[in-house]
Design a protein around this ligand. Structure first.
Ligand code: ADP
Ligand code: ZN
Ligand code: ZN
Length: 764
């Protein structure tokens, strides 16, 4: 039986006299410490979930250990008050993964462990509901106990009596739900009768995963030589091996994953595999492809779009070993998969593998660590590997597997052309709402041929700012150093950073001028301009605004696939993964903003995202063309794109990074601080820096000066940052573990400051 936090006294398992009370060591979700000691009977095992008193509350924790002694004085030791008994314990490998992540990201163990568990397990109040779905409990009368049972069920309590009679009448027993229908007090009565020895309960796990409707398995294509070589290398691996599978979009990487997965699952009837994808929106498509290929293999899916109970059931299916394939977004890297034999990380370069709040982990890096710990292969796949992974492959730490061409014989790589906007201006051709003549002509051609065009603009809304011509007023966010974005169809101004919303003013709030106008362009404006220019075309826009309703993204994508859309306008939501068969033109409206970023990874990210979106063109043998509008046609990222030259681009990036001593040649830690006043945030970082300077290790790390962040104000808080670098990861780790202990001290001197430590920061 499950026992919840309260009421406390019924909580522990049958308090059998011989169950010796002893100590348990428990991880709790608090930054206060890695573990806390409690009293518990012998039934409580490491890896199990318990409820314990913590201050005035009762909280859930994970049992780490059964220690022999404790530093907690005997009179302060309190007993465990609840215990989840029906779930198999988390195994030592899983606890080891959490321990590593806690150490590496400098967090307390429970802060890593508990958030990694699904919502219904984290909350003891929902344990019982989850149990009812996860297993069946059957209650039966014990042989020759019918009389005793009737004696315990007085006939004046009618429903209780009815329950007893029903139990006697049912040779196979009753399920809890059935018992409840007869008598609302069934749970308490049944527990009582069981304790008295009149009845007994038996339990069976219920299958958690819906069986996919039986379908004809899709036939795996015959692999071409490079794919074959890749699959062979992966399946031949014994023990830990990390592979970097580099292949352009459409080169058949997914086929390689599927073959490698098939081989693992065939090899061992209990084997499980874990596949990570960067975006929720990509899971339905891949889920369908996996289900078609492996109709008999139970598949669990894990992402934040699932309702709590559903996510918990999927998690449990992985944890119990029922799911053979576990597909999920970054959170899935922490799933309990006890018989894990292969990990795949698709689009390994994708920045969504990095958690940006709370525990700022990299799912890709943890996946590699996990594979290493378990002694299994891990495959990182990408058309544009991250510089970190590429460098490791060059160093020989990862084995490089290359797919050079598109898999389908008739699908050539698209031609990429730059439209030099300076040149357009010289020819006195003005832009039509930000769209150049060659791009408009190319769209018209597609319309004439009945083909699809995709226009990519990574900026949602109608216009990024509203401006007053006469006094220079701009629609700034009062809470952030950012502009309020005009959303014309919704008639709202919105801050994309803090969520503030305001009505669109009719006149300038500063000078009263009624001529206020949108500056610049977002997807809504492009959609509007295209509709005016091509009135006969069917246009769809896919961005975070147009897909707010659940399922609407999929519905729109389905329309595109069905050929019901001529022109698709979208943000990065359309750039990734989707296999649009009829798109032959990709137009990139405005990549230039990314070129002025201070972030040293800006070029890498620009290249990756443009390569991704370019990959949407010409997948099905119709020939594809990519047009990029730019005022900077000489930018190395764009030039490399024209030549489809990832290798050359990567080599030049790495050369620059080596010279500048940047990752992957150095390791970084970023400390950020926020406070209502910028000086206070900076003062905290100065204090932290002073502590660092005093450390004996300070000579070996490079401490940069605290500076305001480039977007300094967010939600009424001023933010500053300080970067620390070193040439060796272990050295930096050692330094930080010492250093971080001084932060609380610095924080007490600067009241109200909040700080964050980010290991391997992605955006600086
Ligand atoms: P990627 O994951 O690299 O984008 P996919 O594995 O999705 O590539 O393959 C792209 C397209 O080519 C898919 O439609 C896939 O079915 C097809 N394909 C992949 N490998 C082969 C092959 N060996 N023979 C024929 N078609 C293939
Ligand atoms: Zn004005
Ligand atoms: Zn704001």
């Amino acid at each position: 039986m499950t026992s919840a936090a309260a009421p406390v006294d019924t909580a522990l398992q049958p308090a059998s006299a011989e169950a010796a009370a002893g100590l348990v060591r428990v991880a709790l979700d608090t930054p206060a410490d890695d573990y806390f000691d409690y009293l518990a009977d012998a039934a409580v095992m490491p890896g199990e979930l318990v409820v314990v008193p913590f201050g005035k509350r009762h909280v859930m924790g994970v049992v780490l250990d059964r220690p022999d002694n404790t530093e907690v004085p005997a009179d302060r030791l309190r007993p465990v008050t609840g215990h989840l008994t029906w779930m198999p314990p988390l195994n030592a490998a899983w606890i080891g993964l959490a321990r590593f992540a806690a150490r590496y990201y400098h967090r307390c163990l429970g802060e890593v462990m508990l958030p990694a568990l699904p919502p219904s397990l984290r909350d003891p109040q929902t344990w019982e509901r989850l149990e009812q779905r996860a297993r069946t409990t059957q209650y039966r009368v014990r042989p020759a106990q019918s009389e005793a049972l009737l004696a315990a069920a007085p006939s004046r309590a009618r429903t209780v009596r009815a329950l007893a009679e029903a139990l006697i009448a049912a040779p196979d027993g009753l399920r809890l739900a059935e018992a409840r229908e007869l008598c609302t007090a069934a749970p308490a009565r049944l527990a009582e009768w069981e304790a008295a020895g009149c009845i007994q309960s038996t339990h069976a796990d219920r299958p958690l995963l819906d069986k996919a409707p039986t379908q004809v398995p899709s036939v795996a294509p015959t692999l071409h030589d490079e794919q074959r070589a890749a699959v062979d290398a992966i399946t031949a691996a014994e023990g830990y091996a990390a592979f970097l599978l580099h292949g352009v979009t459409g080169s058949g990487k997914t086929e390689v994953y599927l073959h490698a997965i098939a081989a693992r699952l065939d090899e061992d009837p209990a084997a499980q595999v874990l596949m990570l994808v960067p975006e929720i929106n990509l899971t339905p498509q891949l889920q369908a492809r996996i289900a078609e290929r492996f109709p008999d293999q139970p598949l669990a899916v894990l992402h934040s779009g699932l309702a709590d109970q559903e996510r918990s059931l999927q998690w449990l299916a992985a944890h119990r070993g029922e799911a053979r394939i576990v597909l999920g977004t970054r959170m899935a890297v922490m799933a309990s998969v006890p018989n894990l034999k292969l990990i795949v990380v698709d689009e390994e370069h994708d920045t969504s593998y990095k958690q940006q709040e709370g525990l700022r982990y990299s799912a890709r890096d943890l996946a590699v660590w996990r594979a290493n710990q378990l002694g299994i292969p891990v495959v990182l796949g990408s058309a544009t590997p991250s510089m970190e992974s590429w460098y490791r492959a060059e160093q020989g730490a990862y084995r490089k597997l290359v797919l050079r061409d598109r898999a389908q014989a008739d699908a050539a790589l698209p031609t990429v052309r730059l439209i030099d906007l300076n040149h357009e201006r010289q020819r006195q051709r003005t832009l039509y709402e930000g769209l150049s003549v060659p791009l408009l002509d190319a769209i018209q051609q597609r319309l004439d041929r009945g083909q699809q065009s995709l226009l990519f603009l990574n900026r949602r809304g109608y216009a990024p700012v509203l401006a007053c011509d006469s006094c220079g007023w701009l629609s700034g966010c009062p809470r952030c150093s950012a502009y309020l974005v005009l959303h014309r169809p919704e008639r709202r101004l919105r801050c994309h950073h803090c969520g503030l919303e305001a009505p669109v003013p009719h006149h300038c709030p500063d000078c009263g001028n009624v001529d206020i106008a949108p500056l610049g362009r977002g997807t809504q404006r492009i959609e509007e301009a295209l509709a005016a220019r091509f009135p006969q075309a069917r246009i769809a826009r896919i961005d975070a605004d147009s897909t707010r309703r659940k399922g609407s993204a999929q519905a729109m994508l389905d329309e595109v696939h069905a050929g019901e859309v001529d022109i698709l306008v979208g943000t990065q939501m359309v750039a990734k993964g989707h296999d649009f068969q009829r798109v032959t033109l990709v137009g990139i409206v405005h990549p230039d903003a990314a070129m002025f970023s201070h972030d040293f990874r800006a070029a890498e990210h620009l290249f990756a995202s443009l390569m991704q979106v370019s990959g949407r063109a010409g997948r099905a043998g119709l020939g594809g063309e990519v047009l990029i509008q730019t005022r900077y046609p000489d930018a190395p990222a764009l030039q490399a794109l024209v030549r489809h030259d990832y290798d050359g681009f990567a080599a030049s990036q790495l050369r620059e990074r080596r010279q500048a001593g940047l990752p992957p040649y150095a390791y970084q830690v970023l400390v950020t601080a926020e406070h209502a006043q910028l000086e206070r945030a900076l003062a905290f970082l100065q204090a932290a820096r002073a502590c660092a300077d005093a450390s004996p290790m300070a000579a070996e790390v490079q401490l940069h000066d605290p500076v305001p962040m480039s977007m300094v104000r967010l939600f009424n808080k001023e933010r500053a940052q300080m970067l620390v670098e070193a040439g060796s990861r272990p050295l930096l780790q050692r330094f930080v573990s010492e250093w971080v202990r001084t932060f609380d001290d610095a924080a007490t001197r600067v009241k109200g400051v909040r700080w964050q430590l980010e290991i391997d920061p992605l955006r600086i």
